[in-house]
Write a protein that binds this ligand. Structure first.
Ligand code: HAM
Length: 414
């Protein structure tokens, strides 16, 4: 075990070779797919005013109450590291006026939650997410889920499950809260102490509670959907029906409420069997985020990249499948060849080729070791003889074959 001097903070990780190759594949494929659906990238700051998160995510959620890294800076401002991407994205889009109210953006970024670290639960983790603003339309929700499903396919992930439900319209909130409170009243003394408080503060949190006893009680009472209007149920039916027509299977789970308060209508979560207790690889939903006098409607999702990677590995998709295997290593036999190789390397790099070399004269064996470590496809050997003949000795590392070529030939074949 390395000394703690070299370790990042608990719940945070350095990501380098070899796992970084898997991260790069995930990011590249996500960017390509998002552009097929007309999403544009948005990068918002990691640090925001605390109020950005409080007003969107909700004062009584676990994320705001227990998990946010918030502090007062030297200027006396209340700030927080973003625990998720939706609140900052909507803050930005609301500032873009009319255009921001009909936008499609994606982000790939680190998020911060001061939770107790455990398998699949980090304090700095990464999300790939999208947000699409615009008037509520069940087809937009279905398209968003379809995009997410498509992305999982592009990554090569199999065996995930989509659970779906609805939070209903804003006007459903009171009847749902009243209905659930009445149903829970006879069980009040059996609920955990957190839920005894939550029942008055934000009763939906009781439905979400991870305590086993609370779970058993929640199983016995009606679901939030049972207290919603016909219109809200119809909206969810349209989303599910559309997805079915598109060939996408979802499972209705009327007790899925999600841990963030901005949701209205459709909510969903994607789980994967390879994960333990923290089995959600993604969450999403339609929301209405109040900003000033206006409410900004939108729909989106976020996938937890660390959990996606664990799931991918369980499906046999691993980092070593994405090792960069092209590239050239230049071997210099003598001082003159070293300078000649500096010139050749510049030409190869101008052509966009990955190439490397030792910058001092070393034994052939030592230089070959470096070439192997750099996982290059070809090695070019340059010595006094080659320079005199105006050729290069090119060795194919996979086939073991060797041939004499001009620099132009090398560039053409690469
Ligand atoms: P969320 O469910 O809080 O939703 O997070 C989305 C995903 O981020 C989770 O399913 C999980 O994979 C990952 N995640 C969350 N917390 C952690 C953690 N501590 N360690 C590792 N991974 C974690 C949102 O964040 C919403 N903003 C999603 C959304 C976008 N809804 C609408 N638009």
């Amino acid at each position: 075990m390395a000394s703690s001097e070299f370790q990042p903070l608990q719940g945070m990780s350095d990501i380098g070779v070899p796992e970084i190759w898997l991260w790069q594949m995930i990011e590249q494929r996500a960017r390509t797919l998002f552009s097929c659906y007309n999403y544009e990238e948005l990068r918002t700051p990691s640090l925001e005013k605390l109020s950005v998160f409080k007003r969107s995510i909700g004062d009584t959620t676990d994320v705001v109450q227990k998990e946010m890294y918030s502090f007062i800076d030297r200027g006396g401002r209340e700030l927080a590291l973003r625990p998720e991407g939706t609140a900052g994205t909507i803050r930005h889009l609301a500032g873009r006026g009319e255009e921001g109210l009909n936008a499609r953006v994606f982000y790939i970024a680190p998020m911060f939650r001061c939770e107790r670290p455990q398998a699949g639960r980090k304090r700095q983790f990464h999300q790939v997410g999208v947000e699409a603003t615009g008037v509520p339309n069940p087809l937009a929700d279905a398209e968003c889920i379809a995009l997410q499903q498509h992305l999982l396919e592009e990554w090569g992930l199999t065996g995930s499950k989509i659970q779906i439900s609805t939070r209903g319209e804003l006007s459903d909130r009171q009847p749902v809260a009243d209905g659930l409170r009445n149903a829970l009243q006879p069980h009040l003394s059996d609920l955990c102490s957190d839920c005894q408080r939550r029942i008055n503060e934000n009763v939906l949190r009781v439905i979400d509670c991870k305590n086993k006893n609370c779970g058993k009680i929640v199983d016995q009472i009606p679901s939030p959907v049972d207290f919603m209007s016909e219109e809200s149920r119809q909206y969810l039916d349209t989303v599910i029906h559309t997805l079915k027509k598109m060939g996408i299977e979802v499972e209705l789970n009327p007790k899925l409420v999600r841990g963030l308060d901005y949701y209205v209508h459709t909510v969903w979560e994607i789980t994967h069997g390879a994960l333990g207790a923290q089995n959600a690889i993604a969450g999403g939903g339609r929301y209405e985020i109040a900003l000033g006098k206006k409410g900004v409607p939108g729909v989106g999702f976020a996938m937890g990249m660390e959990r996606v990677i664990t799931s991918l590995e369980s499906c046999g998709v691993t980092a070593d499948q994405f090792v960069p295997s092209d590239g050239i290593w230049l071997i210099s036999l003598g001082e003159k060849a070293l300078i000649e190789n500096m010139k050749i390397a510049r030409k190869l790099r101008e052509k966009g080729l990955r190439c490397g070399m030792d910058l001092e004269v070393k034994s052939m064996k030592a230089q070959m070791r470096k070439a192997n470590k750099a996982r290059v496809k070809k090695v070019i050997i340059c010595g006094e003889d080659e320079m005199a003949k105006g050729i290069l000795l090119v060795k194919d590392m996979n086939e073991g074959s060797q041939e004499e070529l001009s620099l132009e030939d090398v560039i053409r074949d690469a």
